[in-house]
Ligand binder design. Structure first.
Ligand code: NDP
Ligand code: BG6
Length: 591
């Protein structure tokens, strides 16, 4: 029986939540996601004859824990993690050896020569390694058509490990150790032979251990299916789990998305597919549920009774630089609204899930999406950035991008008013705004509350009562913060009120760096935690909401409102908000 080393420490002070991970100061010899402790196991799992072992459809064998009370002391919990099921029992029951020494995880980054792999995936894997979150036996393979040796891949990866870790202690040493575990295999995405050759290399590294395999599809969507077909038939695990992370875009509309899901499901079961939306891995998005469901003061206010409107705002201060070819085929509504902002909206608005189990949360999100009113063209404003010169610097127009046609009508900005027709949110506008090449880079959620009825202090506010309402701001990035705007008496003998902030500024409150979203999501995929990945019915509901609007915009060739690069975007967004008596919160004084 493998035991947790004495240096093993649980990372959090509470033992009841599912989000805690076991932080190992050295690589774990036994990796059991702690979140399984109180989670209901997936409805899709098949039970075998052994009461403590459950086989997932993706081939994972997970131990079913004995009941753990909220107040279980950490040391006892630690022991239960290890002792909940004896190794012999597990082996007999599942045919797998759950001992970390006997199992291995192979991560294949398909499209390893690309932008995302360099920018996000390898740095995230390194950060996980640095923090001790990767299992003892792991191997990383880069796979792409480009010809590269292992040494060249390592060189490429080391040059782009510009992650948060690179200023930390022992980084060079750890990086060397990490790079020794990285290999490269060149192959075509539609070649079973090439994937079979990869399989041989993976097996050699796995050395006869139980093999668990994660494929990260970091390639353009038109080759997803080929790659999945070849990986599943020629390189999937024979005795452990096989999982595939799929990057967006998941289609362009309902039809293409459904076709992609259907094709993927020819080769994979739903619980092997991890559709990534990296916004779900962002710290403050993950915190949304904690904020709502673990603080008495918020949940009772979280409805039409107290909330006037909700704003979901995404802005970037750069254009499509380098990604114009991709972007022109999708536009900002598909790129940001239909996925990142809509996912945040669903989490924000959902009812309390039965538990933190992936299926319970995803069930609630789907209900929100399915309760949404079809989007109308008149509730949407689109824009496209045009060139602008400021301080002697000239910024390009969207259509100056060589990969974009000169007459492109693709929106680089959109604002929309959405409604959830259910008892909790009836009549509350959810305003979304997303744009590239704007004046600032920021993602935030703004919750504007109603007026205080019969407010004794109304006369202190003058005529603009809207300015006196409370606003909760969750700044997802950059400079993460949660602040609540309140009215406060200015100290002194008079009775003057001002707007002040109760401010939880992450950099001031927490010394620890915030992990990149990809770190959280990669670790979740390795651990088999699906809560932050998109289920196919969620995807269908999201497309059902946006597809008719997108078709109408394209069929009617709606001309976007042009806005200068670096500006606040089209003025139409303000008229749209005003129609619903809303003032965009990001124009306020704290900006
Ligand atoms: P790239 O365009 O850089 O493509 C990744 C790799 O795929 C390339 O290095 C290339 O490798 C191969 N490839 C590219 N085009 C083709 C083609 N037409 N046919 C066959 N192979 C091709 O993509 P990214 O790395 O930017 O993105 C990967 C995925 O992630 C995409 O689905 C993208 O939409 C998504 N994504 C990307 C983000 C980003 O910031 N980059 C953000 C969010 C999602 P080789 O030639 O060596 O085979
Ligand atoms: C991606 C979009 O999904 O998210 C990009 O395709 C966008 O267009 C990016 O720039 C923003 O992600 P982040 O994490 O940098 O805010």
């Amino acid at each position: 029986m493998a035991a947790l080393s004495s240096s093993t420490a649980l990372s959090s002070s509470s033992v009841n939540g599912l989000h805690q991970r076991i932080a190992f100061s050295s690589p774990p010899s036994f990796l059991l996601p702690q979140r399984f402790l109180s989670a209901k196991l997936s409805l899709q799992c098949r039970r075998n004859s052994h009461p403590n072992m459950v086989l997932m459809e993706d081939g994972a064998a997970v131990t079913r824990p004995t009941h753990v009370k909220n107040e279980t002391p950490l040391n006892e919990l630690n022991e239960r993690l290890v002792l909940g099921t004896s190794l012999e029992e597990s082996n007999d029951a599942a045919g797998f050896d759950m001992n970390g020494d006997e199992s291995t995880v192979s991560i294949t980054v398909v499209g390893a020569s690309g932008d995302l792999a360099k920018k996000k995936i390898f740095p995230a894997l390194f950060a996980l390694y640095y923090e001790g979150f990767l299992p003892k036996h792991f191997t990383i393979f880069g796979y792409a058509r480009s010809k590269m040796t292992d040494a060249e891949l390592r060189n490429m990866v080391s040059r782009t490990l510009t992650c948060r870790i690179d200023k930390r202690e022992n980084c060079d040493e750890k990086m060397d150790e990490f790079l020794k575990r990285c290999f490269y295999h060149s192959g075509q995405y539609d070649s079973q032979e090439n994937f079979a050759a990869l399989d041989k290399k993976l097996m050699a590294h796995e050395g006869g251990r139980v093999s668990n395999r994660l494929f990260y599809l970091s390639i353009p969507p038109n080759i997803f299916i080929d790659a999945v077909r070849c990986a599943s038939s020629s390189a999937s695990s024979g005795n452990g789990w096989t999982r595939v992370i799929v990057e967006k875009p998941f289609g362009r509309d309902s039809e293409s998305s459904a076709a992609m899901t259907k094709s993927l499901k020819q080769y994979l079961k739903e619980d092997q597919i991890f559709r990534i939306d990296h916004y779900l891995g962002k710290e403050l998005v993950e915190n949304l549920s904690v904020l709502r469901f673990s603080n008495l003061i918020f949940e009772p206010l979280w409805s039409r009774q107290y909330i006037r409107n909700v704003q979901l705002i995404f802005s970037e201060d750069f254009g499509t630089e380098g990604r114009g070819g991709y972007f022109d085929h999708y536009g900002i509504i598909r790129d940001i609204m239909q996925n990142h902002l809509l996912q945040i909206l669903a989490l924000f608005a959902m009812e309390t899930p039965v538990s933190l189990d992936a299926e319970d949360t995803r069930n609630e999100k789907v209900k929100v999406l399915r309760s949404m009113r079809p989007l109308r063209l008149e509730d949407v404003v689109t824009g496209q950035y045009k060139s602008h010169t400021k301080g002697g610097v000239s910024y390009p127009a969207y259509t100056d991008d060589k990969t974009v046609s000169k007459d492109s009508l693709t929106p680089t900005f959109a604002a929309a008013a959405l409604f959830i027709d259910n008892a909790r949110w009836d009549g509350v506008p959810f305003l979304m705004k997303a744009g590239k090449a704007l004046h600032t880079r920021r993602t935030e959620i703004r919750v504007q509350f109603r007026h205080v009825p019969g407010n004794l202090y109304n006369r202190n506010f003058g005529t603009d009562l809207d300015r006196a309402t409370n606003e909760l701001v969750i700044r997802v990035q950059p400079d993460e913060a949660i602040y609540l705007k309140i009215n406060n008496k200015v100290p002194g003998l008079g009775m003057r009120l001002d707007r002040s902030h109760l401010n939880l500024h992450y950099a001031a409150r927490y010394s620890k760096e915030i992990p990149d979203a990809y770190e959280r999501l990669l670790l979740d995929a390795i651990e088999g935690e699906r809560r932050l990945f998109i289920r196919s019915d969620e995807l269908d509901a999201a497309w059902a909401l946006f597809t008719p609007l997108l078709k109408e915009l394209e069929e009617k060739k709606i001309i976007p409102e042009y806005y200068p690069y670096g500006s606040r975007g089209p003025v139409g967004a303000h008229y749209l908000a005003a129609r619903y008596n809303v003032r965009w919160g990001d124009l306020g004084v704290e900006q």
